[in-house]
Ligand binder design. Structure first.
Ligand SMILES: [Zn+2]
Length: 395
């Protein structure tokens, strides 16, 4: 069994977190667990959220393999029983005793986490990154989510001339002067990844915005999709100008994601469009559960990176299989560790542990099958856990 526990980690995709307060066991579960729905989800559907519904939601969150793994690793970390109650109490006690910053820093150090590439488009309102940086004690590099800007401009009601000027200037300012290391898009949550590369045509944004604003015109394409596709293509050009990577959400997400329109294969026309070939794309979540498609794209196109976040850790024991299947086609130098975790420092630590464990299992099998030596597996782990992301983000 390969042991990568001492290797440093760059988390290529995660979110800043807020929960510094003492949390009850249920609050802790709510802050960290993935899936299982929420009271707001039920209420929006007109369903009464009574005590029985809350118990059901809490149980779903505690019943995933991801959650069980996190619980067991934290039980070892704190030296307590693997129950939510014991771990929430240990967490609250440690924060009260040593202070929140010290507590967070120790967890990041235990996971050997050196750098977090954070998408500060979640949570909203945005968290102050200087505070976050000071509290975590690690390097924190933000990426700029274009949908937050698009929503602001849509809410503002401005016309196309001002819309396009502010859109371009805000992105240039973020990449040029505000320390953002790349852009991020969640268009897979909005209108899907089947983006027409010709959407950059000069009038597409203007026509789509006018149709949206004045409900003018009839027939033709959906103006919302037309506008978002256009803005996505404009963002690619800014990434090329600043030699900054573009993170594109692919594959699973929370319940709002457009699951049928999030397959990496839908991006192929866009990715190989001549005008965009200079852009470095990071396929966030490597398209899980369609991760083999992302691996293929990273093989046949030279500027595509795969980030294994979200499938790892949220798909639990699938981590080793995801790594193995992405590596079926993706070059080793194009795969990055990421977690996509949020909420509180604990899952950053347990996700790093799971990433190292899954890599050890996947690469161990490749050694057994005669694809690499132990030395090559160690080099591959170093690349995937940290060095590929360092190269991509020029860290
Ligand atoms: Zn994310």
């Amino acid at each position: 069994m390969l042991d990568f526990s001492d290797l440093p980690v760059v988390d290529a995709h995660c979110h800043p977190y807020t929960r510094k307060d003492a949390l009850s066991p249920d609050q802790w579960v709510d802050a960290l667990a993935f899936g299982g729905g929420s009271p707001a989800y039920l209420r929006e559907g007109g369903i009464d959220v009574d005590a029985a519904a809350l118990t059901m939601l809490g149980r779903l969150k505690r019943d995933t393999l991801y959650f069980r793994f996190m619980l067991r690793r934290l039980a070892e970390y704190f030296g307590v029983e693997a129950t939510v109650e014991a771990i929430a109490a240990s967490r609250n006690r440690a924060i009260a005793h040593e202070g929140y910053a010290k507590y967070a820093q120790k967890l990041h150090q235990a996971g050997k986490i050196e750098t977090l590439i954070v998408d500060d488009g979640y949570p909203l309102p945005q968290i102050n990154l200087d505070t976050f940086r000071a509290e975590t004690g690690v390097e924190v590099l933000p990426v700029f989510r274009i949908e937050v800007l698009i929503q602001d401009l849509l809410d503002d009601g401005c016309g196309w001339r001002e819309f396009q000027r502010r859109y371009d200037e805000s992105i240039a300012e973020a990449l040029g002067n505000r320390g953002y290391r790349g852009l991020k898009s969640i268009i897979a949550y909005r209108t899907g990844l089947d983006i027409d590369p010709a959407s950059r045509s000069p009038d597409q944004g203007r026509v789509a915005l006018e149709r949206l604003r004045r409900a003018r015109g009839r027939g033709g394409d959906d103006p919302v999709k037309s506008l978002r596709d256009h803005l996505f293509c404009r963002a690619i050009e800014r990434c090329i100008d600043f030699d900054a990577p573009f993170q594109v959400h692919t594959g699973m997400g929370d319940w709002e994601v457009h699951l049928a329109a999030c397959r990496p294969a839908l991006l192929m026309e866009l990715l190989r469009y001549p005008a965009y070939r200079a852009c470095k794309f990071l396929l966030v979540h490597t398209g899980y559960p369609y991760h083999a498609e992302a691996g293929y794209l990273a093989n046949v196109l030279p500027n595509i990176w795969c980030d294994i976040s979200e499938g790892l850790p949220f798909a639990g024991n699938a981590g080793k299989r995801i790594i193995a299947e992405v590596l079926e086609m993706a070059p080793i130098s194009r795969v990055c560790y990421g977690s996509d975790v949020y909420g509180s420092p604990e899952p950053f630590y347990t996700s790093a542990l799971l990433g190292k464990q899954a890599l050890g299992q996947a690469l161990g099998e490749l050694i057994d099958d005669g694809f690499m030596s132990v030395g090559e597996a160690q080099d591959a782990a170093r690349l995937i856990l940290a060095d590929n992301a360092r190269e991509l983000y020029r860290i």
